[in-house]
Design a protein around this ligand. Structure first.
Ligand code: PAF
Length: 280
């Protein structure tokens, strides 16, 4: 596995590779876990050349968020990527990705200020902008994302479609611990006891799904799920039942829905979601 830090060097490499090999790209912020591993394994199976990026993108963190504290177990990540047969690990520094002040941004106002974007101003603009840059550097045929970050995957799909990126976006199911907790780099912030309580998020999503599938009202489902979560000591930022494409709340369940939650366990923000009769 080669480790590359320079965007222009990587661009030269992919120019050579692209005519004969399909390139699979897995963008990450490191702290690789089972979720990333499932994305990398799919890329390995489906393409002949796998690039994984590790870049903690300052542009997607708000001033009071955890950019500085974000886990960076770089040596362990290298070992994991190497073990999975990754061809190139792209791990640029901030100055490599933002050599000058970034003044051009990719934004999707219709979707980026809802759900997670409502409390994280500028987050999705930061995500879209860096993903567009990473796509231009790695020029993949396929790029892999997890359903756990559903809103992120949705807006990236829209960006790719509307800006004519020639890339197929693959969205893979959320990887869960045995008790249902969605695997996330931020789970590292939780104590064992908090980790156990955090699995209520998935149970609450399933409870809400069960209620709407059994013709109970959407607001009843939301209230009941929120109560479950709060009983376990988490504070709910949002619990939403919405349309999976527009992300707008639905009043009544008809045929499909996204059920999504963000909640804080102390200072740790956790998110999760499930889709009902829909696939991204
Ligand atoms: O999901 C993530 O880890 C990040 O948002 C991404 C897609 C790597 C962009 O920084």
């Amino acid at each position: 596995m080669d480790i590359v830090k320079s965007p222009s060097e990587l661009q030269k490499i992919v120019e050579r590779i692209r005519p004969t090999k399909r390139i699979g790209f897995v963008p990450t912020m490191g702290a690789l876990h089972k979720g990333h591993i499932s994305l990398i394994e799919s890329a390995r199976r489906e393409t002949e050349f796998v690039i994984v990026s590790i870049f903690v993108n300052p542009l997607q963190f708000g001033p009071s968020e955890d950019f500085d504290e974000y886990p960076r177990p770089y040596e362990k990540d290298i070992e994991i990527a190497e073990g999975l047969g990754v061809d190139i690990l792209f791990s640029p520094d901030v100055k490599d990705i933002y050599p000058i002040k970034q003044t051009v941004f990719v934004s999707l106002p219709e979707l980026e200020n809802l759900l997670c974007g409502a409390k994280r101003e500028g987050h999705f603009r930061g995500v879209l902008t860096v993903v567009a840059k990473l796509f231009n550097i790695t020029k993949p045929h396929f790029a892999y994302f997890g359903q756990k970050d559903y809103q992120q995957a949705l807006i990236i799909k829209r960006m790719v479609e509307e800006l004519n990126f020639d890339i197929a976006i693959k969205v893979l199911p959320t990887v869960r611990e045995e008790d249902g907790l969605a695997v996330s780099s931020r789970n590292l912030y939780l104590s064992d006891e908090e980790r156990k309580r955090a699995c209520v998020l998935y149970s609450a999503l399933k409870k809400a799904e069960d209620l709407i599938l059994n013709q109970r009202g959407v607001s009843e489902a939301i209230d009941s799920a929120k109560r479950m979560i709060e009983k376990n000591g988490l504070s709910v930022e949002y619990f939403a039942i919405c349309d999976p494409e527009t992300l707008r709340p639905i009043d009544r369940f008809q045929d499909r829905a996204l059920i999504a939650v963000a909640a804080k366990m102390d200072a740790t923000r956790l998110i999760d979601n499930i889709l009902v009769n829909y696939e991204l």
